[in-house]
Write a protein that binds this ligand. Structure first.
Ligand code: SF4
Length: 737
């Protein structure tokens, strides 16, 4: 009889989509069986950003030769950005991790077989847990793996392996939105659908450079037939600000004051939807009293906006019949980000701009599956957004997942920064990093790297052996990437879409799902995960666990049904009579709260607010400039681990770190355009090419997040509610190199 582990390894990751039978090939796609047409194609959701475009992967004689955007998908309507067009290229990179690597006695990584890698993984982590308790090992994951893998990881670690804490890199981009919605609406529920971009008569973008960060969504804005007012609130004159009808170039981190002042001005103008506020919200009277001191004079003094600019903005919101507010990292990555997001939510609530076409306080997510992570990762809530402390919900989750209730965790995990802090404090000795690159992306990078290097055992599970984090690892587990495995993503507008396997992972690389199965088996808890036999089997578990939740997906019968519907936005519940959900195909575009009922116990939305706090690190004589960060171009993704592999994408952006500086500052400091300069903060010093441009205000520098240099400078500050890092503002100095 075959040993189950050997059997798992032998099966690898199952057949390709449409049962492609593979032979070893240059790129691993092999030959197409006779029953498939030479120019066959499969459609799947893109693996970069949260827009969730559908791409058509074309195959010829078994090779994926190209991609085109899917013409009929309700998200991208036949469009794709440069990253999408180049989505296959990173799979072919020469630095793919193809075999497990373990550091030898001399500290050099050397190839080992999977059996040895798994024995090492389990042996070292078990030893640390036995010696130091359940906090001694933690995990850090991602918004890039499929939902089924996220759920598996969260349940495996916290219910099976006895690891108490883990977090995901969605903490870096979306934790604020999740917490803000949860507190205001009773559930992490972005209310909108992408059709709202085309239905608004006023669109307000806050800290969002949609043109390059979400280019397909910007195309949706351009399709708006109502000649809308497009208002951008951003200290920089971004690409989006240049295309807007109004740009509020406010002082960095003064947005909370602006929104409280806007609320006050709207009350003065009588532009409050009193009927909606009375019927569907709580806390408005307290909020109205709270905003009284935020006079236009105070707003203009603190934001440095002119009175005319402020009044024009307020007037647009007051007059708009369908006003939508959209925010991304400019809000989420701040020291008081949750209250800022809720200040935006308050504006939508008080003006009744929610639940109708073209309205909403709408957070746009970053990573392709940040939304899957937010709901199903078993980190900040029990799987499916359930409450750790609610006995009824615990029973329900345990029954749906076929686990003993006593194995479910009782509290949320420590947040990312608390886990890294735990290394310094000696609580965390071992770390398992999955598809993320902490050594590059975390705030105050030198400190993060110092902490990682203190670990007794660091495992990195990734597509590439060359990332900054993989280079620090004691053990590297080679993982399959997007296109090499199956599962579902959930995009910004709550739409589930399918990811398919159209290529074999190289060498001995395995899907994250298969790696989790192998670890469960090798650890000795494989029996607990008997039902977790494939991504689609896990999808079925998640359907069941979601039943009755705001994010109910029980009405999506299986992957085939999901595909037939062209992606489905949650909720899509099984009909009450248990009938066939196929008979009730969901509308292609749906928004939440059309009935004014929220997910709080009294079904009312909350007005939440707090006094603004000063920026943690203001400029001074030694560090007189404020460093802003953000996306650099639509051709770059995060730490460039994947986009950096594409010759095409590399032609579309600057190769090396650069910083934008205002001409007045450049003149004063003797810094010349396209010449290197030295930028210093209290955390470190870097060199970057100067780009002299009036798009940044005097006194500011802007650096794209994609270059490792940027986080050498950033300062570790966190929003107290979401514990999201404040990447957006810290004090620096600059001089010619
Ligand atoms: Fe992919 Fe996002 Fe580009 Fe669409 S916009 S093709 S989802 S990276």
């Amino acid at each position: 009889m075959t040993d189950p582990l050997t059997e798992l390894l032998r099966r690898r990751d199952g057949p390709l989509t449409r049962d492609l039978v593979l032979e070893p090939g240059r790129f691993g796609l092999g030959r197409v069986p006779a029953r498939l047409q030479p120019d066959d194609a499969v459609e799947m959701v893109c693996g970069y950003c949260s827009t969730g475009c559908s791409l058509k992967v074309h195959l010829r004689q078994g090779e994926a030769i190209n991609l085109t955007p899917a013409p009929d998908y309700p998200v991208n309507l036949g469009m794709a950005c440069p990253k999408g067009w180049e989505a296959l290229t990173p799979l072919r990179a020469p630095d793919r991790a193809t075999v497990p690597l373990r550091r030898n006695a001399a500290g050099k990584p050397e190839p080992v077989d999977w059996e040895t890698a798994l024995r090492t993984f389990c042996g070292r982590f078990k030893e640390l847990l036995d010696r130091h308790g359940p906090e001694a090992v933690a995990f850090l994951s991602t918004g890039q793996i499929v939902t089924e893998e996220m759920a598996f990881l969260g349940v495996l670690t916290r219910c099976g392996l006895g690891i108490e804490h883990g977090d995901s890199n969605t903490r870096q981009c979306m934790a604020t939105s999740a917490v803000a919605y949860k507190q205001s609406f009773g559930f992490d529920a972005p209310p909108y659908t992408y059709a709202d971009f085309e239905a608004s008569d006023v669109l307000v973008f806050v800290g969002s450079n949609l043109c390059i960060a979400h280019p397909i969504l910007w195309q949706r804005v351009l399709r708006n037939p109502h000649s809308p007012e497009i208002i951008v609130i951003d200290p920089r004159r971004t690409e989006t600000a240049m295309a807007a009808t109004q740009h509020l170039a406010l002082a960095p981190k003064s947005d909370l004051v602006l929104f409280y002042g806007t609320a006050r001005a709207l009350i003065e103008l009588g532009a409050v939807d009193r009927a909606f506020v009375k019927a569907h919200t709580t806390g408005f009277d307290e909020f109205a009293r709270f905003v009284q001191p935020f006079t236009p004079e105070r707003v203009c003094a603190e934001t440095r906006l002119s009175r005319e600019t402020f009044d024009r903005f307020v007037g647009s919101v007051a007059r708009g019949r369908r006003v939508s507010f959209w925010w991304t990292m400019g809000v989420n990555q701040g020291h008081e980000s949750t209250r800022t997001a809720q200040a935006i939510i308050n504006l939508a609530l008080m003006t009744g701009n929610i639940g109708r076409p073209g309205t909403g306080p709408n957070s746009i997510t970053g990573q392709c599956n940040a939304m899957g992570s937010r709901l199903f990762a078993n980190i900040t809530s029990l799987v499916g957004g359930h409450d750790f402390a609610d006995p009824g919900q615990r029973q329900k989750v345990a029954a749906a997942l076929d686990l003993p209730e006593t194995r479910l965790p009782r509290q949320p995990c420590h947040a990312y920064d608390q886990i890294l802090q735990g290394i310094d404090e000696g609580r965390v000795k071992g770390l398992w990093m999955i598809a993320t690159n902490t050594a590059h992306s975390w705030i105050d990078q030198a400190e993060a790297r110092r902490r990682l290097s203190r670990l007794e055992f660091l495992v990195v599970q990734d597509m590439y052996h060359s990332t900054d984090s993989a280079r620090l690892a004691h053990l590297v587990l080679p993982a399959a990437g997007w296109g090499e495995k199956t599962g579902t993503f959930i995009n910004s507008e709550r739409r589930l879409g399918l990811v398919k396997k159209v290529a074999r992972a190289p060498g001995q690389a395995l899907s994250d799902f298969r790696i989790f199965q192998l670890i469960a088996h090798h650890w000795g808890c494989g029996e607990m995960f008997r039902a977790w036999s494939s991504p689609e089997a896990v999808f079925d578990l998640l359907r069941r666990v979601s039943r009755g939740q705001p994010c109910d997906i029980s009405g999506i019968r299986d992957y085939a049904h999901l595909e037939a519907c062209g992606g489905v936005q949650w909720p899509h519940a099984l009909p009450a009579d248990g009938g066939d959900p196929r008979c009730e195909a969901p509308a292609r575009e749906r928004r939440l709260f059309a009935d004014g009922r929220f997910f709080t116990p009294d079904q009312r939305a909350r007005f939440l607010f707090a006094p603004p706090r000063p920026m943690p690190e203001p400029t001074d004589a030694e560090y007189p400039l404020l460093l802003l960060t953000g996306r650099g171009s639509s051709a770059q993704w995060h730490t460039q681990t994947r986009t950096g592999k594409s010759d095409v994408l590399r032609k579309l952006h600057a190769p090396d770190a650069y910083a934008e500086i205002n001409p007045a500052d450049a003149r004063r400091l003797g810094i010349a355009d396209q010449k290197p300069m030295v930028i210093r903060s209290r955390r470190g010093t870097v060199r970057a090419l100067a780009v002299v441009t009036p798009t940044v205000q005097p006194g500011h520098l802007f650096m794209p997040m994609h270059y490792a240099e940027t986080n050498v400078l950033t300062r570790a500050e966190f929003d107290p509610y979401s514990r999201q890092p404040s990447y957006k503002a810290c004090a620096v100095s600059a001089r010619p190199a």
